[in-house]
Design a protein around this ligand. Sequence first.
Ligand code: GLA
Length: 388
Amino acid sequence: MKNKIRVLYAKIFGTKTSPRLFFSPGRVNLIGEHIDYNGGFVFPCALNIGTYGAITLRTDRLINLYSENFASAGIISVSIDNLEYQDAHLWANYVKGVIRELLQEKKPITSGFDIAITGDLPNGAGLSSSASIELLIAVMMNELFHLGMSKKALAILCKKVENEYIGVNCGIMDQFVIAHGKADNALLLDCITLEYTYVPLKQPKYAFVIVNSNVKRGLIDSKYNERRLECDAAKKILQRYLPISELCDLNEEQFQKYAIFLFDTVLYRRVKHAVTENARTINANHQLLAGDLHAFGEAMIASHWSLSNDYEVSCPELDYLVNVALENGSIGSRMTGAGFGGCTVNIVKYTDIYQFQANVIAQYKTTFGIDAEVYIAKSSDGTREITN
Ligand code: GLA
């Protein structure tokens, strides 16, 4: 891929200057879904598939952007002095948003630049291609303009871009793990304090396997924001009775006791998911550390049905993929990411992977007529410059 991005850059911008190269991973969340914005724990890892970028600085104030994944859009050119969101700029809005935010924070982005991007992360598959691009640009700027910002500061800035510039009210999980990822490790993150620990992921007999449903739902952003509003509404009600700041401050016992005040079955189910998912995630950390993959797998399955039945962010294709995975030897399976399509993550014995892949793909195709894709999740370091 390193060579590929170098060649791409030369094809688009010529060979006069030699670019600096960067990689930014995607992410898969193992457990702890839809609770980063509810003050819970999440358990993602950065992936070795992601976004590659090549950059050179210019002497004027022009920003030229090219992505091989959106080749038909050609080179998108903007001025550093006009970074307003524009629908026509598609993916380039992520870049513009990051630069704009850095400038608003008075960071010295003093010239324009040329960037070529390529990647091996499927777009819209719930593996966080957007946060991957945001961090790619943030880290490039941090390095090229010597901004001296910490990974944490970069992650927070990119989340702000997603919330305020792109308009998706996401939590901190994706940007944080993409910035802080570590090869062979998952990251257990407390989304309130932003304290985290790395948890070794390599298991002698089992792999984490991603199945891409190739279902892309158009309504995902609005549904996502709707869930956040529901959680806020539920929180406001519960705060009349309990001194909580976030839904995940509730333990299961308190939830049982005070749920009656919600008077609303939808809000009840949303809170039930948040509270039980947080407990599952905290336990899952101990289960993984103890090498108890079966218990971890059980927690993943419970997480999936909680997301499907109580939080209602799954879809028939994802539910089917979970069932089929379990019928084909997986000991843990769940949807991952925001949902409404995208991927499942599964625990599968190394020796069974080939058969698992063949069966899941065939059965899914017969039922839905869609080709699923299967990848073995390999964890990686966070966004970084790649040198020769
Ligand atoms: C998206 C968001 C995250 C998180 C997940 C669901 O990926 O960007 O902040 O809320 O959905 O867990």
